[in-house]
Design a protein around this ligand. Structure first.
Ligand code: NDP
Length: 446
């Protein structure tokens, strides 16, 4: 049995039924195991076994009262995965599909992603199976306040600093931070993604999407090309998707799709900045459905229950959720001549899809490299909070660009295939692994 199969058998036995976690670890192990075989110090210290076991997991009930006066209960988790290179850092997700497996996959990815940014941040993830869709502001507020009554015991500005993710945006972070401040009587940067009036950073909202496009541009520049004039499909219409579209438009691309969980819109004329303002209002203020775009703009069509990958494009930027590109979607994209796929969402491509992109040697930017801009600017928000300073838009955007460029360089240095092409999956996994592994080696068996 190969080292990879025997490692995965053990991991699957120890974590039964956690399919998303297995998938995320397998993708890393496939690329890191050959590197470990060449560097026996990591094998001797059982680094991969230790790195795939979270430091701790907190599981708790969140009880709250809905608008009808009925008592409701949800489950919440915080997975503190690894703090070898800095305090735990990672988002909170509120979505009915949240399970321990999903949060362990996200936490594990976060460890390597945070390492890749070059900033001193460990990895964590948390959230709840609470569904904010259709809930009133009052219900969301009561849920967030109740969750924080328990969560505040485990987090802190030098311990664990949560941020947003799916279903957790400005509104939720504000309720969570207000309750944290009340419970602890301390005004410190224990959450990121805060409002600008109370310690938030300029560009944090835009950072994941902008960073994804900066990374994509680096991959294209590396082969003498650019995103300007490229036809681009984007999935999702949440925080990451909106600012991915904004930056792609600003760099001269023609973005022709966006989606939500009910289907996708295809606008062959392109989504321009004015149309994007309509989507921002629709999604950020009115909390409506993407199908309304096709009602508003006759140039667009809405495809109910479908994903956008059969639309022929040069560049695909998946920005909705995990496993939204399977092998058949990947083959369709390749058949239509896609040049680059760059992941704004976490693990949007399943393993078979990722293998298809790898075999075709297209430019394939995996999530932990391509969407690290969000956590990077969260790290910059923490720095500003510690310094009690606020940097300008230009300053933060400049630092974001430098960080994305550094991540790209790290991927190239570890992912060079030797034939002039780059395997960004290998590059990101090894590039993220080495720093965390070296810190763990230095500590001895803790
Ligand atoms: P949002 O909640 O703002 O938006 C999520 C978008 O994805 C919505 O359009 C949503 O549609 C769609 N979506 C969610 N679940 C599904 C599903 N099961 N099937 C189809 N569509 C779905 O989240 P974000 O934009 O913040 O996050 C998107 C992705 O980016 C996630 O993978 C997240 O982990 C990742 N990410 C986010 C970061 C951030 O800074 N926010 C940082 C790094 C990664 P609908 O409204 O219909 O549910």
């Amino acid at each position: 049995m190969s080292d990879i199969s025997s490692f995965m058998r053990g991991l699957e036995r120890r974590n039964p039924g956690e399919t998303e976690f297995h998938q995320a670890v397998r993708e890393v192990v496939e690329t890191v195991m050959p590197f470990i075989a060449e560097h026996s110090k990591y094998k001797e210290a059982q680094i991969l076994e230790r790195m795939t076991e979270p430091d701790r997991i907190v599981i708790f009930r969140v009880t709250w009262v809905d608008d009808k006066g009925q008592i409701r209960a949800n489950r919440a988790w915080r997975v503190q995965f690894n703090n070898s290179i800095g305090p735990y850092k990672g988002g909170l997700r509120f979505h009915p599909t949240v399970t321990l497996s999903v949060l362990k996959f996200l936490g594990f990815e976060q460890v390597l992603k945070n390492s890749l940014t070059g900033l001193p941040m460990g990895g964590a993830k948390g959230g709840s199976n609470f569904n904010p869709r259709g809930k009133s502001n009052g219900e969301v507020m009561r849920f967030c306040q109740s969750l924080m009554i328990e969560l505040h015991r485990y987090i802190g500005e030098v311990t664990d600093i949560p941020a947003g993710d799916i279903g957790v945006g400005d509104r939720e972070i504000s309720y969570l931070f207000g309750q944290y401040k009340r419970l602890t009587n301390r005004f410190v940067g224990t959450l990121t993604g805060k409002g600008l009036a109370f310690g938030g950073s300029l560009i944090r909202k835009e950072a994941t999407g902008y960073g994804c496009v900066y990374f994509c541009e680096h991959m294209l520049n590396h082969v003498g090309d650019s995103i300007a004039d490229k036809k681009v499909s984007v999935s999702g219409s949440g925080n990451v998707a909106i600012y991915t579209v904004e930056k792609a438009i600003q760099l001269g691309a023609r973005v022709i799709t966006m989606s939500d969980s009910s289907g996708y819109i295809h606008d062959p004329q392109g989504i321009d900045l004015e149309k994007l303002e309509f989507i921002k209002d629709l999604k950020e203020v009115r909390r409506g459905r993407i199908s309304e775009y096709a009602e508003r703009y006759p140039s667009a069509s809405f495809f109910e229950g479908e994903r956008p990958w059969r639309v022929p494009v040069d560049v695909a930027l998946p920005c909705a959720t995990q496993n939204e590109i399977d092998e058949s979607d990947a083959l369709t994209l390749l058949g239509n001549g896609v040049l680059a796929v760059c992941e704004g969402a976490n693990m949007p491509t399943n393993l078979e899809g990722a293998h298809a992109f790898g075999a075709a040697k297209i430019l394939y930017g995996p999530a932990k490299a391509a969407n690290a801009g969000g956590v990077a600017v969260s790290g910059l928000e923490q720095s500003q909070n510690s310094l009690r300073l606020s940097w300008s838009r230009e300053e933060v955007d400049g630092r974001l660009k430098t960080i994305m460029s550094g991540i790209h360089e790290r991927c190239v240095s570890y992912g060079d295939r030797g034939d002039g092409s780059v395997n960004y999956v290998t590059g990101a996994n090894i590039g993220g692994f080495v720093k965390v592994a070296d810190a763990m080696l230095a500590y001895g068996p803790v």
